[in-house]
Design a protein around this ligand. Structure first.
Ligand code: FCB
Length: 469
């Protein structure tokens, strides 16, 4: 890897390790010059990510739709961004900002709306989606399961029912039978640990269970096994496939850095939340400290590491049992340590992304950033966020991390699960008040386009972002 110049290392105005403005050297170090571009590797995948239920609209047959009808979300998904009908023009938008890759998900409940009944229409639709991406020169990254279960399967116990392992394998085989030639990059599960956490520990998502530790662990094992079956199913139809999960990586810091108990909780929570799933798929050992150790027949079922990264949490220890060790999220005001907060109250913490790129390098597999984004109505914050995270990616690559692409969350404003449509994540604004759901580019889309086109962060972009800080 070619040695790249390093940016200034001292904290910037947001308290982060971030680049300074391009013009003139400052106390923070020399300004990047024309020769100090941060280059991305040739063939780097640039794009955005979406998921079916969040953009398509009218996914009547899944458990989220039922959850929404039961009044469990801020606003139901309804027609969402109507991407089901507008994917071609949406892909034109993605292409217009230079994207050469795009992540989307296939909705199981459309493919198999009733148990064992397959919809050719849905399969044809996703075939057209893939063709539309290829026509525009975009590499598809296809998620097979992004949180939503067919309602018939949810009614049979969903992830708690061991039958799901084979049912998922059957679904994956059915999809791959038809679509394998059109996609090389596959994600089996999106953020399994987040789903377990939200669905079985805090009850915010279906099936709405709270502190159900034993079922949660069972679900985790079913997910691991389902991934393994899906992994082999994909490879049986497409031997050169690149398969992974999209792993949510959450940066963690102790509430009180001087407390060894808080630091212990960071380690336990970090293992359970950030490492356990990948580690189990890589080594075949499912390890829950102090509880159990199980060998699973699942070694080396990852071809790359998919990373979703958003923010950092602070953790406070609350005892010695597993829940206590996992700790609680600290409510204390961390303004001293924290950077800016976004519209959902998450800290903007770009260093965390580089931290995970380095940590996950230990698997010696390519790393694809499968999601990274910010809920905000202030687009100034979005393009600063985008720039700062890409700057961290560029530095990690310069240090030898094998990161092969970056997919921003998201192309469009969309349905953000329990939060409804309030959080705005899109490079394109969607007007949900109008039935035709018009799209409008945000300035961050233009900044992203310049980085993508140059395959580098050029000093001019740095200067522009510096002015916005
Ligand atoms: C991720 C999810 C994605 C979206 C973003 C904001 O955890 O994978 O669907 O909700 O968060």
């Amino acid at each position: 890897m070619q040695e790249q110049p390093r940016g200034p290392d001292r904290p910037g105005p947001l308290g982060h390790d971030q680049p300074g403005p391009a013009e003139g050297g400052t106390a923070r170090g020399p300004a990047p010059s024309a020769s100090a571009n941060f280059q991305f590797p040739p063939g780097f995948l640039w794009g955005a990510a979406t998921s079916a239920h969040q953009v398509e609209g009218e996914n009547f047959h899944n458990d989220w739709w039922a959850w929404e009808q039961a009044g469990r979300v801020a606003t139901p998904s309804g027609t969402a961004a109507d991407h089901w009908n507008r994917y071609r023009s949406d892909f034109d938008l993605a292409r217009s900002i230079g994207h050469n890759a795009h992540r989307f998900s296939i909705e199981w409940s459309r493919i198999e709306p009733e148990e064992g009944r397959w919809s050719d229409e849905a399969l044809d639709h996703y075939r057209d989606v893939l063709v539309a991406l290829h026509e525009r020169g975009m590499e598809p990254v296809v998620t097979l399961f992004h949180y939503t279960l067919p309602q018939w399967l949810a009614e049979q116990g969903g992830w708690e029912n061991p039958a799901i392992e084979k049912l998922m394998e059957r679904y994956v085989l059915h999809v791959l039978e038809a679509l394998a030639p059109l996609a090389r990059w596959w994600i089996t599960l999106n953020e399994p640990v987040v789903q377990v956490f939200k669905g079985w520990l805090i009850g915010q998502w279906p099936p709405g269970k709270v502190r159900a530790w034993t079922p949660a662990l069972r679900v985790l094992r079913h997910m691991l096994r389902a991934h393994v079956r899906a992994y082999h199913a994909i490879h049986s139809k497409r031997p050169d496939a690149m398969v992974s999960i999209a792993k949510h990586a959450l940066a963690l810091s102790p509430d009180d850095p001087t407390s060894w108990l808080d630091r212990w909780s960071v380690a336990v929570r970090g293992h359970l939340f950030n490492h356990l799933f990948l580690e189990a798929l890589h080594t075949g050992v499912l390890r829950v400290p102090g509880l159990f150790w199980e060998n699973l027949p699942i070694r080396r079922t990852l071809d790359f590491i998919g990373v979703n990264y958003y923010t950092r949490d602070f953790v406070r220890n609350t005892g010695y049992s597993l829940p206590g060790l996992v700790g609680e999220l600290a409510q204390r005001d961390h303004r001293q340590q924290r950077g800016k907060l976004n519209d959902l109250g998450w800290e903007v913490y770009p260093e965390g992304l580089a931290q995970f790129l380095r940590e996950f390098s230990r698997y010696k597999l390519p790393i694809l950033i499968t999601e990274n984004g910010i809920p905000t109505r202030n687009d100034n914050d979005r393009f600063v966020f985008l720039f700062m995270h890409l700057w961290q990616v560029a530095r990690a690559i310069a240090d030898g991390v094998n990161c092969v692409g970056y997919l921003h969350w998201s192309l469009l404003d969309n349905f953000e699960w329990a939060e409804g449509f309030r959080p705005r994540f899109g490079l394109y604004r969607v007007d949900f008040d109008r039935p035709d759901r018009p799209r409008e580019p945000r300035r961050s889309a233009a900044i992203y386009r310049r980085i993508v086109r140059a395959n580098a962060i050029e000093p001019e972009v740095t200067a522009e972002v510096g002015l916005a800080l």
